[in-house]
Design a binder for this molecule. Structure first.
Ligand code: GDP
Ligand code: MG
Length: 153
């Protein structure tokens, strides 16, 4: 856990189609995280197979890659205290039926195969995903509100 922890959050094709991009961005902004990268991209199946390499072999893997390539996604990097764990908490459980209301999946999704957003599950995978989706690098800047969000004690 660190003040500068980074996580990769991605609105999946169903989230983009359903017009939920702004709502998902707003949740991370309002929580206090800093946006340091953002783009809308139509990913190739090859790229998505790299992103989900750990799941290769699962029965749902081919369908997952097709779903993720079925339209553009919005990839972003958010930075702040405990960003990975808090980002996962904001997303809710993988299966939206188990996601509590108040979480993104718990408010906007019903099915595990259409769960509208991705969030890194560990600091190490976050850094891998950031390098995969943003090889050009991310922004570095100071936000004026930082001292109102973080304390040093
Ligand atoms: P996440 O980290 O919460 O996104 O979950 P995983 O890394 O375990 O799985 C990646 C994605 O694969 C999930 O977000 C779902 O979109 C999909 N997925 C996981 N389990 C299943 C499943 O049992 N069936 C289907 N159809 N999709 C699944
Ligand atoms: Mg995962």
């Amino acid at each position: 856990m660190s003040f500068n922890e980074r996580t990769y959050i991605m609105v999946k094709p169903d989230g983009v189609q359903r017009g939920l991009v702004g709502k998902i961005i707003a949740r991370f902004e309002e929580r206090g995280f800093k946006l340091i990268a953002l783009k809308l991209v139509q990913a190739t199946e090859e790229h998505l197979e790299k992103h989900y390499a750990d799941l290769k072999g699962k029965p749902f893997f081919p369908g997952l890659v097709k779903y993720m390539a079925s339209g553009p996604v919005v990839g972003m990097v958010w930075q702040g205290l405990d960003a990975v764990k808090t980002g996962r908490a904001m997303l809710g459980a993988t299966n939206p039926l188990a996601s509590v209301p108040g979480t993104i999946r718990g408010d906007y999704a019903l099915s595990v195969g259409r769960n509208i957003c991705h969030g890194s599950d560990a600091v190490e995978s976050a850094e891998k995903e950031i390098a995969l989706w943003f090889p050009e690098g991310v922004a570095q800047y100071t936000q004026a509100q930082e001292s109102w969000i973080f304390s040093d004690n």
